[in-house]
Design a protein around this ligand. Structure first.
Ligand SMILES: Nc1ncnc2c1ncn2[C@@H]1O[C@H](COP(=O)(O)OP(=O)(O)OP(=O)(O)O)[C@@H](O)[C@H]1O
Length: 342
C-alpha cells in the first residue's frame, strides 16, 4: 500500500457568499498535493485565488462560504467540510498558518511569550514552566538574539521581522508537519524578507517540515520550491517540479511570469517584459481558457475549455501542446515577451 501525500487537494471549488445571499465562484477545481518535507510554492498575480484556496483548505473561510466542493485529505483523512472543532485540532497540531502580516497573528495587549505558551497549552498537555522553557528555546531557534528578554516583550516592542520570527516560533510550538505561509514577507523590508525566507528554508531542511508558500515572486520560487503551482483566474493553469517549470514552462502564463524575472547574471534587461492586461475577477471569468484574453498565442480554439496535458507529476491546461512551446530561460526570454506583445 502506498502512503498518501501529507496533503492532497482534489477539485476544490469554492463559492463565497455575496451580499444578496447568492454564491460566487472564486476557485474552480483546484488540485495539488504536498508530500512530507516538501516545499510547494503557489504563484499567481493578485486575485488569482491563492489565499482563498489555502483558507478553504484550512477551513478558515467560515461564514464567507456559500459552497465548498471537492476533497481535501490530510494524511489520507477527508477534512473538507469537517466541523470547526475537528479542524481546530488539526490546525493547531498538524498544520500551522503564518499570515502576511505578523501583527494580525499576535494580540497587542499580551507578551509574545505568554501567547506562545498559551498556544502550546491549548494543544497539548504541558506544564506552564515546561511551556515557558520550550517557548524560549523556540525563540532562540528562530534567531531571536535575546530570547528570554523577547519572551516578556509586547509585540509593539519588537521590529516587524522579529514579530514574524515570533509568529514562526508560535507556529512551530506544536510540532506541525505542515506550515502554510501566505506571503510571509510582504510586510517586511527586503533584507528582513531574505532572513525570514532563509529561516523557513532551514526549518524545512532541519525539521523535515512541509511548507506551502504563497508568493508573487518567481525569484523566491526559484530558491525555495521543490514543486510549483501556478494559479490564474481561480484555477491551476500549470503545476510541476521547480526545475521542469523553470526550464520548460508549458503554459504561456508561466512563461510570462518567468520572463519578468531579472537576469541572474546581473545584466540589466532594457525593460523586463510584463504580461499586458489584468487578471479577471470572479464573476467575470471568460468562458474557455481564462488566460486567453491576455495571451498572444490565443486562437479560436481557446474559446473552449483548454485540454489537460500531463506527464508524471506535471500538468498544464492549454490548447498548445507542450512540445510546440520553445524553452525559455528566466530573464532572457525576449521570445516570450514578443509572443505576448504581438
Ligand atoms: N468575501 C469575498 N467575496 C467575494 N469575492 C471575494 C471575497 N474574498 C475574496 N474575493 C475575491 O476572490 C479572488 C481571489 O482572492 P484571493 O485573496 O484568494 O487572491 P490572491 O491570489 O491570494 O491575491 P493576493 O496575491 O492579492 O493576495 C479575488 O478576486 C478577490 O477579490
Amino acid at each position: 500500500m502506498t502512503t498518501p501525500p501529507l496533503l492532497e487537494v482534489r477539485d476544490l471549488t469554492i463559492s463565497l457568499r455575496t451580499p444578496d445571499g447568492q454564491g460566487i465562484k472564486v476557485t474552480e477545481r483546484v488540485s495539488f498535493g504536498v508530500g512530507e518535507g516538501e516545499t510547494v510554492c503557489v504563484v499567481g498575480e493578485s486575485g488569482s485565488g491563492k489565499t482563498i484556496t489555502l483558507m478553504g483548505v484550512l477551513g478558515l473561510l467560515n461564514g464567507a462560504v456559500f459552497r465548498l466542493q471537492g476533497s481535501v485529505r490530510f494524511r489520507g483523512d477527508e477534512i473538507l467540510n469537517r466541523p470547526q472543532s475537528a479542524l481546530r485540532r488539526i490546525r493547531g497540531r498538524e498544520i500551522a498558518l503564518i499570515p502576511q502580516d505578523p501583527t494580525t497573528a499576535l494580540t497587542p495587549v499580551r507578551t509574545v511569550g505568554s501567547q506562545i505558551v498559551e498556544q502550546m497549552r491549548s494543544h497539548g498537555n504541558i506544564s506552564r514552566d515546561a511551556a515557558r522553557r520550550r517557548a524560549i528555546e523556540l525563540l532562540d531557534e528562530v534567531g531571536i538574539v535575546d530570547p528570554s528578554g523577547a519572551f516578556d516583550c509586547f509585540p509593539h516592542q519588537l521590529s516587524g521581522g522579529m514579530r514574524q520570527r515570533v509568529v514562526i516560533a508560535a507556529a512551530l510550538s506544536c510540532n506541525p508537519s505542515l506550515i502554510i505561509a501566505d506571503e510571509p514577507t510582504t510586510a517586511l523590508d527586503v533584507t528582513v524578507q531574505a532572513q525570514i525566507l532563509d529561516l523557513l528554508g532551514r526549518l524545512s531542511r532541519n525539521l523535515g517540515l512541509a511548507i506551502v508558500l504563497v508568493t508573487h515572486d518567481m525569484g523566491i520560487v526559484a530558491e525555495m520550491a521543490d514543486r510549483v503551482l501556478i494559479m490564474y483566474g481561480g484555477r491551476v493553469v500549470e503545476r510541476g517540479a521547480r526545475d521542469e517549470i523553470f526550464s520548460d514552462p508549458w503554459h504561456p502564463y508561466t512563461a510570462g511570469l518567468l520572463a519578468s524575472i531579472p537576469p541572474l547574471d546581473g545584466a540589466r534587461a532594457e525593460r523586463l517584459p510584463s504580461i499586458p492586461g489584468t487578471p479577471p475577477q470572479p464573476g467575470n471569468w471568460p468562458s474557455g481558457c481564462v488566460f486567453a484574453p491576455r495571451c498572444a498565442l490565443r486562437t479560436s480554439a481557446c474559446m473552449q475549455p483548454p485540454p489537460r496535458h500531463s506527464a508524471g507529476g506535471r500538468e498544464a491546461y492549454c490548447v498548445i501542446e507542450p512540445r510546440d512551446r520553445r524553452p525559455v530561460r528566466a530573464g532572457t526570454s525576449r521570445d516570450i515577451a514578443v509572443d505576448f506583445q504581438t
